[in-house]
Write a protein that binds this ligand. Structure first.
Ligand SMILES: Cc1cc2nc3c(=O)[nH]c(=O)nc-3n(C[C@H](O)[C@H](O)[C@H](O)COP(=O)(O)OP(=O)(O)OC[C@H]3O[C@@H](n4cnc5c(N)ncnc54)[C@H](O)[C@@H]3O)c2cc1C
Length: 433
């Protein structure tokens, strides 16, 4: 039997388990270890709560989880409960699928003021990740600035702009649902360093902004390149830019909330007395190489909340080679060191969609087959179980997770699929229900 440990139960972890099962058939045991008592990584805690159809991909991972040779080992943090070195002694290979859960820092003066948040924290808060359940973002303010021009920024802007009735059918956690229902925010400014042709927003998600019950998206027509220039764009981006063009000519009175696209604006500092009051940006223009070039002209965007959606980093794990510049594990097509591999965001950085993680699993399965034609007779599961038991680690099995899942469904708000537990102790207690 070949014993393999996958660290992380997000898309990359499950696609890898699927690929390993295909590669090695019934000659493999795959343990998927996660620091959370619940599986699926950002499918549960990142993908927007009002996008339930996307979250449904977890049913596919469940099918993998329920196969004979795959096991979920939850509530076990690698680096805290067990080290990479120890796992290397017990498993033929260790595959890091730990994602990129840490916010990249804005790195401008004032970014430590109360009211300045990263998207991992803000998204984790409305999605009920236990690490961020107590965040309490300031929503008693008139305006918010959302920095970034990708889909995460769109998610954050949309969640801030939506009316309570638009969360029907979502699994937004009650603390966020109530806080957003009482929110005083009426202006959300999406701040991008470059222009409409440089956005990383996909058409479906951008188009959605034009159909909100109480919010109007607004684009300054002066920011748009001449219409003829769109022809050179790849089709998805062309469609997205088409939405921006539509937002620039919306007629009639704006609704209660406005979502303003502020292009060619580079954040330079955040100001306020003891909390954020203004985001100062520098007007930019596109340089010949496509980068944003400062013009020296600055202005203030008044706001009491700043959410930076500018990317993520993989936290290093002691003993694992790390690429500081790229913020992910140092690897060559998934290979880190003999017996140690990386997949997903931990390998590539925070880019692409859920499906982009799938080929990583197959690439690493093939690499393991080529690097280690025969298993080395390591202890595998019994070795890990003995070590965790000796350390008193309270391991959560997939069966336990199914009980937690059932308990979350049973306490859901009317119309919602679940009410997530946002507290680790509550999650663990729900296994006994
Ligand atoms: C806000 C947001 C919204 C998104 N929305 C969409 C969308 O609508 N559609 C789409 O296609 N893509 C979306 N994505 C992208 C998608 O979520 C990612 O491509 C995908 O989740 C990356 O998978 P991963 O497995 O590499 O990482 P993750 O999903 O982050 O999984 C990593 C797992 O590793 C675990 N872990 C981390 N460290 C340790 C450790 N030390 N020990 C044990 N376990 C550990 C974590 O608990 C987690 O479960 C979104 C991303 C974000 C941030």
């Amino acid at each position: 039997m070949r014993h393999l440990a996958v660290i992380g139960s997000g898309p990359a972890g499950y696609y890898t388990a699927e690929a390993l099962s295909r590669q090695f058939g019934d000659q493999v045991h795959v343990d998927i270890i996660d620091r959370m008592p619940v599986p699926y990584g950002l499918i549960r805690s990142g993908v927007a709560p009002d996008h339930q159809s996307i979250k449904a991909v977890s049913r596919r991972y469940e099918a993998t989880a329920l196969t004979e040779n795959v096991r979920f080992v939850g509530n076990v943090s690698v680096g805290r409960d067990v080290s990479i070195g120890e796992l290397g002694e017990m498993y033929d290979a260790v595959i890091l699928a730990t994602g990129a859960p840490a916010d990249r820092a804005l790195g401008i003066p004032g970014d430590d003021l109360p009211g300045v948040l990263g998207s991992a924290a803000f998204v984790g808060w409305y999605n009920g990740h236990p690490d961020f359940a107590a965040l309490d973002p300031p929503l008693d303010v008139a305006a918010a600035a959302v920095i970034g021009n990708g889909n995460v920024a769109l998610d954050v802007a949309r969640i801030l702009a939506k009316a309570p009735q638009e969360f029907v059918g979502s699994d937004i956690v009650s603390h966020a649902f109530e806080a957003l229902g009482n929110s005083a925010i009426r202006t959300v400014t999406l701040v991008g360093r470059r222009g409409p042709h440089q956005i990383a927003m996909t058409p479906k998600e951008l188009g959605e902004l034009g159909h909100l019950a109480r919010a109007t998206p607004r684009v300054d027509p002066a920011d748009l390149p001449p219409a003829g220039a769109d022809a050179a764009l790849e089709p998805g981006l062309r469609k997205s830019v088409g939405h921006l063009r539509a937002f620039s000519v919306l007629s009639g009175e704006p609704k209660e909330v406005t979502v303003d696209f502020d292009f060619f604006a580079r954040p330079v500092r955040i100001e306020g007395e003891g909390k954020v009051e203004r985001l100062i940006v520098e007007r930019t223009r596109l340089a010949a190489d496509g980068a944003a070039e400062g013009t020296g002209e600055t202005y203030a965007i008044r706001c009491g909340l700043v959410v930076a959606c500018i990317g993520y980093r993989t936290p290093p794990i002691p003993g694992v080679p790390y690429d500081e510049r790229l913020g992910r594990f140092a690897n060559q097509e998934g290979r880190i060191a003999p017996g140690l591999y990386a997949v997903g965001w931990a390998r590539r950085g925070p880019t692409g969609t859920i499906g982009t993680n799938r080929p990583d699993g197959f690439m690493v399965a093939e690499a393991i087959a080529a690097d280690q034609p025969d298993p080395a007779g390591k202890p595998g599961r019994p070795g890990l179980d003995a070590l965790l038991a000796a350390r008193g680690v309270d391991v959560v099995t997939f069966r336990d997770w199914q009980k937690i899942e059932a308990a979350e469904a049973a306490r859901a708000r009317a119309g919602a699929p679940r009410e997530k537990f946002v507290d680790l102790a509550e999650m663990l207690a729900a296994r006994g229900a």
